[in-house]
Design a protein around this ligand. Sequence first.
Ligand code: NOJ
Length: 562
Amino acid sequence: MTQETPWYKDAIFMELNTRAYKDSDADGWGDLPGLTSKLDYIKDLGVDAVWLLPIMPSPLRDDGYDVSDFCDIFPAYGNMDDFKTLMKEAHQRDLRIIVEIIPNHTSDQHRWFQASRDPNHPEHDKYRDWYVWSDTDQKYKDARIIFTDSETSNWTFDPLRGQYFWHRFYSTQPDLNYDNEEVQQAMLDTVKFWIDAGADGLRVDAPPYLFEREGTNCENLPETHTFLKRMRKFVDEYSPETLLLSEANQWPEDVIEYFGDGDEMHMNFHFPLMPRLFMALAKGDRTPIEEILARTPDLPEGCQWGTFLRCHDELTLEMVTPEERQWMWDTYAQDPKQRINLGIRRRLAPLVDNDQRKILLLHSMLLTMMGSPFLYYGDEIGMGDDIELFDRNGLRTPMQWDASFNAGFSDAPTERLYAPVISDPVYGYQKVNVAAQEADPHSLLNKVRHLIAIRKQHTVFGRGDFYWRSFSFETKAVVAYQRKWEGTRIVVLNNLREVPVKGWIPETAEKFIDLLSGETILPGDYTLPAYGFLWLQPVGEKANIPSGPNAPQPGYLGSDKE
Ligand code: NOJ
């Protein structure tokens, strides 16, 4: 059964950390009631669905991705009643809420692991085989280490059990054993629990690593897909409107498997596209985007890409070549402290030198190129980061609501905040905050809001086919494409360079409406300003006859051909 109304194809998503959003009880930690009080802001931004970073109990060794109880709420965030209130208030505003499930692993504090590791535990017999145990650490040598900065092996010895346990992430996050049917069932029970609690969707963390097999890299194995299809079947039968959003950080040819034949995950993030947007911008050359889109297969019916610029993790450089990775580090992370694992731990605004033109240009591509866009909380006001904080926590600092005490985030004494608010002269809350930007018509917030509002008026952006177009026939500076859906088409031009680029708007219409300004633009010669972009809706049809100094030579229509 497929979804009758694939709402996620038209949705704008926003990812946020409950802890970082709004503290309602002055303990220094954001919480569910605090988040509920900010739903109007989220709605006004144009967001349709909020993806919550993990909200379950956890010792926070991996910021909540180390879960110690899959069916409860982290106490500082509130309780299940608070979650239900959040759901009710969200639904009243036509907002959806996506929660995390983390099927691959638990915290080492989870009672399942405690029972599994301890032969004297009363429930040891039940949980003995729920994790991947071995007498040797020499198995599965072909599996890569993901947290390269902190782990040297995927095996850790447990003295109590006298065996090694397998973990793809931190050694405090033992992997569950999916060869055990009871584990598979327990994860389906977790899915059911959150659907029953009202969640509209589940973001499925790190799906590629569920199974291990000797002689493989232990990623994307057929058994993994079989289990994910089982999860989908359960969801389709139990709650067909529930979205499964998968986080398979893989190359397009491997990611496509996570959609199955439309019977696995509804959505998956397009990880390889993301660094290439930044690469193309810094090079002033669209080639990296062209190359990855050429490798991107069409999706089965009912499926959708999730696209993003930044998220709560490092800007991952796993899906680029080693040379490209080095180039990205040299370009975007000159300070070694900005690097972590195979990525860059910086927020959007600092990555692009706080240049509003570049931030908006990246949003133009995010909102029009393909799939459904994911915003990361705080990027809409250009928040900064704090690389002095541990791990990726510098990207997860308190939301900056206003210029008052603690950025309007919390009434707790400053030293009790879970993390310091950003207060440097450039990105500090005194300057960068929601209240100030709401009052300024030229603020980043208002411009991002405008782009989102226009995107939402045109279904073609979420559903349409993609075709390259040509703008300048001399340079690769412009990312020009057309989206087409059910008789509608929109042409989008994005200038990647800091200089104006002369080009030629295809004469395939009598005129174009610039959707962002409402102005009329005639086809033919046009100069796109530095980092400028246009979303053009054609009016009337006209033969494509090149003319004017910037037009292509007769007979050369370049990539305008479909
Ligand atoms: C992906 C999450 O996005 C990341 O934050 C986490 O550390 C790993 N999965 C492990 O759960």
